[in-house]
Design a protein around this ligand. Sequence first.
Ligand code: HPA
Length: 273
Amino acid sequence: MTLTLQEKITEATDFIKAQGIGEIEFGLILGSGLGELGDEVEDAIAIKYDGIPYFPVSTVEGHAGQLVYGTLGEKKVLAMQGRFHYYEGYSLEEVTFPIRVMKALGIHSVIVTNAAGGINTSFSQGELMMITDHINYTGVNPLIGPNDSTMGPRFTDMSQAYDVAYQAIVRDVAKKMDLDLKEGVYIGYTGPTYETPAEIRMSRVMGADAVGMSTVPEVIVAAHAGLRVIGVSCITNLAAGMQATLNHAEVVETTERVKGTFKALIKNVLQAV
Ligand code: HPA
């Protein structure tokens, strides 16, 4: 018997609730090297992905592979330490399954974070960028297929996928922290290759400021589910052609260096919203 998506969501949700999870306001997706924020969750309950029905298992180095429930910035959160990527071979239904589950658990908003390459020539390695919009350059869309109208509309409006009222709050929080928070458009590729210099020049012309291999599918499903989204990229490197070579070790090194500021920003944002 093949289960419907709704049945899988219900099973995963029931399992997670049974671990002692109460009310949740915010989902948090912690990107490559940024998972440590999950360690600051107070009164934490951790749930390994591999025990949750229908949850994929994260394979990328620098991802812990668990949910952490508790309090952060005075809000009840469920943080994902590690996410799933299309390039790992998961279907987009699998990649975005945690968003569906968090929605079913009662979140109204999600903070999505990632490591990204800087395309905007005014960005420096180690800066943080608030995502104001994205370009789906993956060539696929997680909403392709039959639409379950109990989950969201057939045609989802992406005009304000990144919540505009939240953007104003994030801006304000950064200002109070004296943080030079950049803003811009994230372009999502599937990976797992980094982009070519020509692709980066093209992306810049198209209006992208940062590039990565995640986030876009999750934000599309969040929009479908009516969730409010905050997006933050850590600019871990300059994009292809703007520095000599690219590698994952540098991405992790940069997140390591910036994580203090990153953690403070997200905690302060949670406190302010
Ligand atoms: N490209 C794609 N994904 C990334 C990059 C990049 O330059 N840096 C970190 N994640």
